[in-house]
Design a protein around this ligand. Structure first.
Ligand code: HEC
Ligand code: HEC
Ligand code: HEC
Ligand code: HEC
Ligand code: HEC
Ligand code: HEC
Length: 436
């Protein structure tokens, strides 16, 4: 025990004092009280130690994401300071607890550090989390410490292009796939023909070499094969005409299928708002801005006041400097809405509901909109044709988690033994479900 070794010299020292024997009881008392103070001190410092337990880190991550993530990240500055190593720069861990419980109180008490950081952050009031337990805060610190010590990893690759989602399946029109297969097949046959012809020419040459030839015959056999003779041959002309017609045909069919389809449409927006920065780099939840997705037909485009929750503070962009954010602030000051250009737009005859898909169906935004979090400018990723909707309804299982009505329906369906219940089985192909 370390405590023993630490206290032995102390006790020895008092031992040597002459009055030691006269007050054996009081020196034992002194010793005991020192031990108690030592234990208490150790105990509290243990309680203040930031845990490395995976359970604490995990719990802390939950608390952090639910309460702090809107304003803080571990390594980057958002509305509040980056929290990496915060436990080293603040006065004490108790200070953190007090500050999180009621930052306004700590600042009002004149605490030097609190006032300094409050001014540094343009007097932004941090939310008071009076209901968070000390244990929650310690878990958050455990999470922050674990994240601080993680080595910086390069940003993850932007989606896996080889992964084909059900939304992708409609992206290449069927005719073009068929034509590609036919073209590749013909190319292979042509190569094969060339090889066979080459072999035959070789065999003939060897055969003729053994025969005495007249001058006339020699001229034919030894006539050089030049580019001119090739391009003038009828075989070559046929080949060229065939290829040009096939490619033209393919282009026309693709064009016909593409009428009214705006896949890839990516209009320039009035403000260079980037999903790559907001949803990608800063991991702001889609629902923080598109507030309608869980409850309504429309996902909704955020109004300027949502932007100003952050841009009240953040006036400098790493890419565009002050210029673009100044437009956001100007829109706020002038109370004029920003006129975003609409990217996705179904014709009025069709009805599409976000809540039905995202909330009830559990479909990810990316399944339909692609890797938005990697786009500087939003582009229409899917076809948005009727075939695209129908394809997915034929192939997608109905999500039955956590809804008593659906659970019963799915259970009943599965008893029929016709495989998992698809959207098609709940009426997803009925004209009237999608057409007014
Ligand atoms: C509404 C935004 C907001 C939320 C939510 C928020 N903070 Fe803060 N936090 C701030 C701001 C701004 C500061 C800078 C000090 C100030 O202005 O009061 C700050 C400062 C801090 C500091 C001091 C940092 C330093 O560098 O000294 C700690 C620690 C802290 N916050 C922890 C938390 C924790 C833990 C949570 C979640 C439970 C949280 N904050 C949630 C905005 C927020
Ligand atoms: C900080 C706010 C913010 C966040 C977070 C955000 N968006 Fe957006 N989103 C916007 C704004 C503003 C627009 C309109 C401007 C534009 O098209 O770029 C928009 C446009 C879109 C559009 C095109 C709308 C149209 O006109 O058809 C889609 C789709 C979209 N967002 C999906 C997402 C998804 C998916 C996420 C999460 C990965 C996300 N957004 C996160 C603010 C946000
Ligand atoms: C949750 C916080 C948050 C919200 C909400 C938010 N932004 Fe941002 N925005 C940021 C951060 C952080 C940056 C990056 C600053 C930097 O580049 O260092 C940023 C940067 C920008 C930039 C400059 C990009 C660059 O790097 O040059 C523009 C423009 C912008 N935001 C527009 C908007 C618009 C428009 C909205 C509302 C639809 C919005 N922001 C909502 C946090 C937010
Ligand atoms: C099943 C496919 C699908 C999913 C999943 C989906 N969307 Fe959409 N989204 C669409 C279609 C289709 C439109 C065009 C709607 C229209 O024009 O009426 C659209 C339009 C939008 C728009 C433009 C404004 C509007 O509501 O018309 C935004 C913003 C948007 N989606 C964001 C999101 C976000 C954020 C998510 C995830 C939380 C999401 N979407 C999930 C298919 C989908
Ligand atoms: C990525 C797959 C996917 C795509 C693409 C898709 N849907 Fe759906 N859709 C679903 C799922 C899953 C459900 C089932 C939701 C539920 O559990 O009620 C659904 C349900 C529906 C329903 C309700 C059906 C019913 O009987 O309750 C309608 C209406 C609908 N979708 C319309 C559309 C339209 C219109 C489009 C094309 C613009 C579309 N969907 C594209 C997956 C998709
Ligand atoms: C899952 C949803 C869904 C179902 C079910 C559905 N449609 Fe559609 N339909 C659409 C969408 C979305 C469009 C618009 C596509 C576009 O703009 O390319 C559309 C377009 C159409 C059009 C073309 C209109 C035009 O202007 O080109 C017709 C006609 C049509 N649907 C008829 C039907 C009939 C008939 C049925 C029933 C057998 C049906 N639809 C079922 C979603 C659906």
């Amino acid at each position: 025990m370390t405590s023993d070794s630490r206290f032995v010299p102390l006790v020895l020292k008092t031992d040597t004092e002459p009055n030691m024997n006269r007050y054996p009881f009081s020196s034992a008392c002194k010793f005991l009280s020192l031990v108690i103070v030592f234990i208490l001190f150790n105990f509290t410092s243990y309680a203040q130690e930031i845990s490395k337990e995976p359970a604490a880190i995990k719990a802390g991550e939950g608390v952090f994401n639910a309460n702090c993530k809107t304003c803080h990240r571990v390594k980057i500055k958002l509305v509040g300071p980056p929290l990496a190593n915060v436990y080293d720069r603040v006065p004490s861990i108790d200070w953190i607890k007090k500050f999180v419980h009621n930052s306004a109180g700590v600042i009002a008490s004149g605490d030097e550090y609190a006032v300094k950081i409050y001014n540094e952050y343009n007097k932004t009031q941090m939310t008071a989390f009076s209901s968070l337990k000390d244990e929650d805060i310690m878990n958050v610190l455990a999470y922050i410490k674990a994240e601080t010590e993680k080595p910086d990893v390069p940003t993850p690759p932007t989606g896996d292009p080889t992964k084909v989602t059900s939304a992708d399946s409609g992206n290449q029109g069927l005719p073009s796939t068929y034509l590609n297969v036919i073209l590749i097949g013909m190319l292979l046959i042509l190569i094969l023909l060339f090889v066979i012809l080459g072999l035959m020419v070789g065999a003939l040459k060897r055969f003729l070499d053994q025969k005495p030839l007249t001058d006339e015959e020699k001229e034919v056999v030894e006539s050089p094969i030049t580019i001119g003779t090739i391009t003038r041959s009828s075989g070559f002309i046929f080949l060229v005409i065939f290829l040009v017609t096939a490619l033209g045909f393919k282009a026309v069919i693709n064009g016909l299928y593409g009428i009214g389809v705006q896949q890839g449409y990516a209009p320039k927006q009035p403000i260079a708002f980037s999903h790559k920065i907001h949803a990608g780099q800063y991991e702001i939840d889609c629902k923080y801005c598109h507030v309608g997705v869980m409850k309504g037909k429309s996902a909704t485009i955020p109004s300027v006041n949502i932007c100003m929750n952050c841009h009240n503070q953040i006036r400098q962009g790493a890419v565009t400097g002050e210029a673009e954010i100044a437009l956001v602030v100007a829109a706020w000051d002038s109370k004029k809405p920003i006129e975003w250009v609409r990217v996705h737009n179904l014709p009025d005859l069709a009805y599409f509901n976000h809540a039905q898909h995202v909330n009830v169906g559990g479909v990810e935004c990316q399944t339909c909109h692609g890797p938005i979090e990697t786009m500087d400018v939003v582009r229409q990723y899917s076809l948005l044709t009727m075939g695209w909707c129908i394809d997915c309804h034929r192939n997608t299982n109905v999500n039955n988690k956590g809804n008593a009505y659906y659970n019963k329906l799915v259970e009943y369906h599965n008893k029929k033994g016709t495989g998992p219940m698809k959207v098609e089985d709940i009426g997803g192909l009925e004209c009237a479900k999608c057409h007014y």
